[in-house]
Design a protein around this ligand. Structure first.
Ligand code: GDP
Ligand code: IMO
Ligand code: MG
Length: 417
């Protein structure tokens, strides 16, 4: 029996997971998403062509890989159908768990209404309905993808949910469709998606039992995890490696390597604490040079320095066996590079992630910059200062950095062992 390997984000998302999953997918038979929804935006660049994936696993460009959307994902049929249109050869290569929960348009409306009502306390969600859909799942009033196979019954069930919640929806200004509109919508989803809906738990078990190579693709990042992130400024799912077990139905003993993805600096989109954020010139430089604008919402990402304290925390939480350090080239040309090595909170210096990062001030160590790493494919061809930076990050984070990325392109990747 084989073990499944995991790719997981170690910061606040957008670390470059898509590029590494695509790169590694060439060596895997199955690529499976285990959490999140179309809040994710994974960009892949290959042969000069750019793909933006939200729900489809980033293994899709490897024509031999089977792609699975696991039960831990929340799936918007409308957005999934739109995403499928990019590919004309996808049938038989993608499957959706019948146990994944549905995101329907009213979830997005609720999400946006809640954000509006929160005013300056807003989380800065993607507005895609992620929180309300996971909320419905946990409060046991959600609907699963398998229910799309009987649109008539699903329509009745959703209409009764609308009736129960009518006073709340009215107060929030949330619009809901009438029965015939809803039936038409769900019949449309059924027509497009029925062929992809299966019991993916059995599929993954069969794959592992028959020695297939299985890669599990995380979305978002560790610091956005519902339990371990900067709550409440987080997403609504388990983004860490443990989520891969429940999000696909795989036992912990069947997990192999955990590759953690991290940028050589740090970004965050949305609100909430970000101790190593740089609000000055360096932050702007990173945003422009790194193209730090959201794949899903187009929002400018907040930019700052590599946070080794949060990274050490993420390495432990995920059981990281190897880090892939991304976007090293974005630091090219900077005179000085900073790394956050401790926080000061209420006058005290600490080197771990506490209950809250609100008000945490960064304590930096400075490194000498380098001229050019862009496109380099071998570790010993990197400028000496870049090599020193990477070796020091390994010590600070307590993990090996086995993969280094020096451009968006699939090929511009250093594999150290
Ligand atoms: P994900 O959500 O973790 O998959 O990351 P995103 O796709 O949202 O954001 C990462 C962005 O960085 C994408 O636009 C990638 O094409 C780009 N990217 C990935 N690796 C590198 C790299 O090494 N250098 C540069 N300059 N860009 C990269
Ligand atoms: P990928 O997979 C970066 C952030 C949102 C917001 C918070 C909650 O591309 O790394 P949500 O819509 O999930 O309720 O928003 O989480 N967020 C992400 N930030 N990358 C992502 O995904 C994200 N998915 C959600 O910006 O701060
Ligand atoms: Mg992204």
């Amino acid at each position: 029996m084989n073990r499944a390997d995991i790719i997981v984000g170690l910061q606040w998302g957008d670390e470059g997971k898509g590029k590494i999953v695509d790169n590694l997918a060439q060596k895997y038979d199955y690529v499976c998403r285990f959490a999140g929804g179309h809040n994710a935006g994974h960009t892949i660049v290959t042969d000069g062509k750019k793909y933006a994936l939200h729900l489809i696993p980033s293994g899709v460009l490897n024509k031999d890989a089977i792609n699975i959307v696991g039960n831990g994902v929340v799936l918007s049929p409308k957005d999934f159908i739109k995403e499928l249109e990019q590919f004309d050869d996808i049938e038989g290569r993608i499957f959706i768990s019948d146990k994944a929960h549905l995101i329907l348009p009213y979830h997005a409306e609720i999400d946006q209404a809640r954000e509006r009502l929160k005013g300056d306390k807003a989380i800065g969600t993607t507005g895609k309905g992620i929180g309300p859909a996971y909320g419905d799942k946990i409060t046991r009033v959600g609907h699963r993808v398998g229910e799309l196979l009987n649109p008539q019954k699903l329509t009745k069930d959703i209409m009764s949910y609308f009736n129960i919640n009518k006073p709340i929806f009215d107060a929030m200004g949330v619009q809901t469709p009438n029965e015939s509109e809803l039936l038409e919508e769900l019949k449309g989803y059924n027509k497009e998606l029925a062929k992809y809906i299966v019991d993916t738990t059995l599929m993954v078990w069969d794959a592992l039992d028959s020695e297939k190579r299985v890669l599990l693709e995380g979305a978002q990042g560790t610091m956005l995890d519902i339990d371990h992130g900067t709550y409440p400024y987080v997403t609504s799912s388990t983004t860490i490696s443990a989520g891969a077990c429940s999000g696909l139905g795989i036992a912990p003993q069947q997990i192999g390597d955990v590759v953690g993805i991290a940028k050589a600096y740090c970004t965050r989109v949305g609100n909430g604490p970000f101790p190593s954020e740089d609000l000055g010139e360096d932050g702007n430089y990173l945003r422009e040079k790194g193209g730090e604008y959201g794949t899903t919402t187009g929002r400018p990402r907040r930019c700052g320095w590599f946070d080794a304290v949060a990274m050490k925390h993420a390495v432990k939480l995920n059981g990281v066996s190897n880090i892939a350090l991304m976007k090293l080239d974005v630091l090219d040309g900077m005179e000085t590079i900073k790394v956050c090595v401790a926080y000061e909170i209420d006058g005290k210096e600490i080197d771990y992630v506490p209950y809250s990062l609100e008000g945490a001030k960064p304590i930096y160590k400075e490194f000498k910059g380098w001229k050019e790493s862009k496109g380099v494919k071998e570790f010993n061809k990197l400028p000496q200062e870049a090599q020193d930076y990477i070796l020091e990050l390994e010590k600070l984070c307590g993990s090996k950095i086995g993969i280094i990325s020096t451009s968006p392109d699939r090929e511009d990747t250093i594999i150290r062992d």
